[in-house]
Design a protein around this ligand. Sequence first.
Ligand code: WT7
Length: 705
Amino acid sequence: MARATSRADALGESSRLSEAEIAVHWREEELYAPPAEFVAQANLTDPQVMERFSLAHFPECFREFGELLSWDRKWTTTFDSSRAPFYRWFVGGKLNACYNCLDRNLEQYRNKAALVFVGEPEEEPPVSITYQELFVRVNELAALLRDEVGLQAGDRVTVHLPMVPELPITMLACARLGVVHSVVFGGFSGESAGRRAADSGSRVLVSMDGYYRNGKFLDHRPAADLAVATAKSEGQTIDTVLLWQRHPGKYLSSAKLVEGRDRLVNDLLKKYRGRRVDPVSLPAEAPLFIMYTSGTTGRPKGCQHAVGGYLAYVTATAKWIQDIHPTDVYWCTADIGWITGHSYIVYGPLALAATSVLYEGVPTYPDAGRLWRIAERLGVNIFHTAPTAIRQLRRLGPDEPKKYDLRFKTMTTVGEPIEPEAWLWFYHTVGKGRAVVTDTWWQTETGGVLCSTKPGIDRMKPGSTGPPLPGIFPAIMDENGREVPAGSNRAGNLVIRNPWPGLMSTIWGDAERYKSTYFSKYNKRPNSKDWRDWPYFAGDGAMQAADGYYRVLGRVDDVINVAGHRLGTKEIESACLTVPEVAEAAVVPIADELKGRVPELYVTLRPGVTVSAEIERKVVHAVETEIGKIARPKAVHFVADMPKTRSGKIMRRVLAAISNTMEVGDVTTLANPDVVEAIRVQVQGKGKVATQAAPEDIAKFGERD
Ligand code: WT7
């Protein structure tokens, strides 16, 4: 379990790097082999897979993914790049995503649970919905959407729902009709939903009266009014609001229904009892859904995903990386309102006939044991979560998992790099050293996982996402478009050299932005139709170790340049987490006359630990020894809580603004907007502080765009 010794002196190495590169100071971690019992039952154990998916076999290798689906008409051309970088996969093929997730599973799995819904109130027993029952409900809703609301293939619908079964039911009903769903995370404001509805041109909004979160019943209905008003102000009329009820038959919102606009779905459904709707057969490249990226400023980008390529890609990756079999009980704690939930709660698992668990509430309600009780009760054997949840659970209940009979065979993390300290806790305490951990790197834009260890084949390395998936060919490039030597441990921009079936088709309504954001940076021949001329720019900094494993350092906008040394935020934060008292750390740049930028730290401590000069000294010491004196923080702020997005990402942008006495900007979409003012007062003192103009890099620091 001991850590391997550190690599060559960090600073000596970084001083040889060009300006454009990020200095790398990670130390190598020990490798962990998958247990034999896991390998014995794994879906993917053939080491030849990388050869089968080698560049020489691109793009036809991806036929294997397409063949996991049921097609109404088989494709004729696997890959078409005649309009590069706008690609089409499985051209000539026709299929329906809802059919692939439901109808085709009925014969064998009719009475097996498709979804298990766990409401947040713990006294509400879990509700199992079988494949048959889900099929019935989706058909009834599809009939309603078509015959009552007049929706047809190609129309867009904005869905603003919490984590309840009605959310996947709505998505699948849309998919059955070829209606393009645009799910907006339930925790987002009505204004955010309205802006996205306007962008996608939705005339229908699906919402709910309310839901449970952190022990309270939240009135969600007012958000629908705001969404309609916001869409209207942007020129889009929403004529129909379909409202589900958290407790069918009872309308629990304080807001009155709007005559002629609001319809209670549960009332309308009575007319459609037992109705069946034929799945609409769609061309493979037809849009299945739009998912807006988690950008907090700028116009949101609607990533448009295609039925055929997307579904094939998430089905194959869920099978190989999460190792889903129909007999598994699979639980991903993400929200379906993010791409992770679309790909790996709904479409991938259901296409594989798994049982997928849906939990309404927060992971720590009513206490830090809640997730482990759910997992034990339902017999979950595949567990999928995010580093932010892992850190939070470790902070609040480090010994809690030991009290439960957890039997995970695979555990996946996604969303940001995981600090080795957090990884080791996850592996040893949650997985009990018996589960394979996969650290999956991907993005809303990419549809599914691009880098991860293959659980039945590769060894795991804490803090590294691992090798690319079969058929994916990444490279690290410098700012000038030169490839950084493979396996050289040198950082740069992560690109993917080839297209893959899960890659979005375009940005909804803005093809130019698709091209300029992701492909222009490294394209040298703008008129080329050869995919080799269009490397995909992911916007992440990364390095590749000699063993081929990638380590993601964070968004390239999140780099801190200290006297010419580009420091990745994640490694500084990781260094802080080697101090046992530290629960979470965030680093931001502050302007410094001498060095350009210097890091400033925000730290939360584990419960029961009190702030002391001793801990501060330990934190500074950890940064100096793990990274170097160059990264020495100007100040360490011990805060009670971090400002976070609803998806759990720490908003470094907000902390950077506070540190640099700038306006914090819009914080209404945060999970906990109140902590912002508390931190501001703590750092700047009471009273309004004069704002200063923001240097460009600091103003943009921490943005996803
Ligand atoms: C960004 C994408 C992918 C679904 C959830 C987030 C970061 C994601 C990892 C990982 C290091 C990761 C990247 C990426 N990221 N997974 N395993 N290791 N970084 O989707 O909101 O589109 O965010 O999340 O920076 O670009 P998203």
